[in-house]
Write a protein that binds this ligand. Structure first.
Ligand code: AMP
Ligand code: MG
Length: 409
């Protein structure tokens, strides 16, 4: 909603969370792709499909240490009636011995991962064999293909192994390497500017004087952003003065993809954020039907998204997760949000106001979620809780005993 439509109003014109999220997603800058070495790819979001450049494995191979055999030669063998096979050689790792061929009643020693020699179709574990000179006693039958990984059984040449949008894991890095992907196309990490505003704020290194509080938001927002795969850029504390806001935004914009300001996002005379964004660009939304977090601004200056987050740390954090995160997901091309959730049973009723999406901090123990009600300005519930539950806007609360999904911190 353009701010100009409500020039005289001292009230926020709130929009539904879904509308705020789609407004945020719509202004997300396009994904920028960069190549990173495969060993640095874990945690990054894949930006293009990855195809296996070869069959994996590229040859039939044993998955045990033992003897490569023709399975029919082992039929009926047991402790008391072993099959007697003639050993005709040993399989060496990492090379194919064209001359090593297994014929009827023959076998060859094979280490785990060794190439299955021609003629053999299975491997017998060494534990079920006994050596007597050149004769090997086989005490357990194997069937065709037993203890063998077939060529291309893992991945086939040309097969799409990963689709874009996947947040890569360390295991993925291993598979990427096996597929010949030395440099991985990933989304560049969004650079997110973090600005704290308020005359009462002092940095963490200062002892707060009367009426002062330490800046908790910048370290909290930056820490979350780093964990989420972004690069936070801190711009310190800004006083509630228009010139100071103008100056910090002017320096942050060219250096960042997204800018987050916390504090000063409401409609008090001291609240500068909306006016400064409107002066340099446009305010798209001012007020969201979310609790905590109602006084939130979504704006844009020169194609860059600029958010005004509420000052209360808990509110800023909820808005970060509920509103800013979907924009970051879009920039990263990430299909599934990187949120850990757990289902739990609610220990007590939680009342909620219909018409706004409400986020309640809860502690989770043994599958039971206990809401932590507290004054909105308190910090301690952020750390005493394990996560948040969301009460959708259409609900008047949640009943004791209902199953809830907890977004874990
Ligand atoms: P505001 O949104 O600016 O009206 O601030 C709301 C409340 O949040 C006030 O009590 C502020 O002191 C507090 N607050 C604002 N910014 C921060 C911050 N960076 N760290 C801790 N508290 C803050
Ligand atoms: Mg303030």
């Amino acid at each position: 909603m353009p701010a100009g439509l409500f020039p005289m109003s001292r009230f926020l014109h709130v929009v539904a969370v879904a509308d705020a999220v789609s407004a945020a997603v719509k202004i997300a800058p396009a994904t920028v792709v960069e190549m990173v070495p495969v060993e640095q790819s874990a945690g990054r979001v894949l930006a293009a499909p990855v195809v296996a450049d070869t069959d994996i494995p590229g040859f039939d191979r044993s998955v045990v240490d033992g003897y490569a055999v023709r399975s029919l030669d082992t039929t009926g063998s047991g402790d008391a009636s072993p099959s007697l096979l003639r050993s005709v050689g040993r399989v060496a790792m990492g090379t194919r011995d064209e001359k090593l061929v297994i014929r009827d009643s023959e076998c060859a020693y094979i280490p785990t991962g060794g190439i299955l020699p021609e003629g053999a179709d299975a491997a017998v574990m060494v534990e079920y064999t006994e050596e007597a000179g050149d004769t090997i006693l086989i005490k357990k039958p194997v069937s065709h293909g037993e203890n063998v990984l077939l060529r291309d059984e893992d991945f086939r040449k040309g097969e799409t192994v990963f689709l874009p949008g996947r947040r890569l894991t360390p295991q993925d890095a291993g598979v990427l390497a096996a597929c010949g992907c030395a440099k991985v196309p990933v989304a560049r990490k969004p650079v997110v500017g973090v600005i704290s505003t308020g005359n009462e704020l002092v940095p963490v290194t200062a002892s707060p004087g009367p009426g002062q509080v330490r800046d908790a938001n910048a370290p909290m927002l930056a820490a979350w952003l780093s964990e989420y795969g972004c690069i936070p850029r801190l711009y310190g504390i800004v006083r509630d003065e228009r010139e100071a806001f103008e100056a910090v935004i002017a320096s942050a914009l060219p250096e960042c993809d997204v800018v987050l300001l916390s504090g000063g996002s409401s409609k008090d005379d001291r609240d500068m954020t909306a006016g400064v964004i409107a002066g340099r660009g446009e305010v798209l939304i001012h007020g969201i039907a979310i609790a905590p977090g109602k006084p939130t601004i979504i704006g844009r200056i020169k194609e860059k998204p600029v958010f005004g987050l509420p000052g209360h740390p808990a509110s800023a954090f909820v808005v970060l997760i509920a509103i800013v995160r979907p924009l970051l997901d879009t920039m990263l091309g990430q299909k599934k949000p990187l949120l850990r959730t757990v289902k739990a049973t609610l220990r007590e009723n939680i009342p909620s106001q219909r018409g706004r999406e409400e986020y309640v901090r809860v502690r989770v123990e043994d599958g039971i979620a206990t809401p932590l009600f507290g004054k909105s300005g308190l910090l301690n519930t952020l750390v005493k809780s394990d996560g948040l539950i969301c009460i959708p806007a259409g609900y008047e609360g949640l009943e004791k005993g209902s199953t809830v999904e907890v977004i874990l911190w």
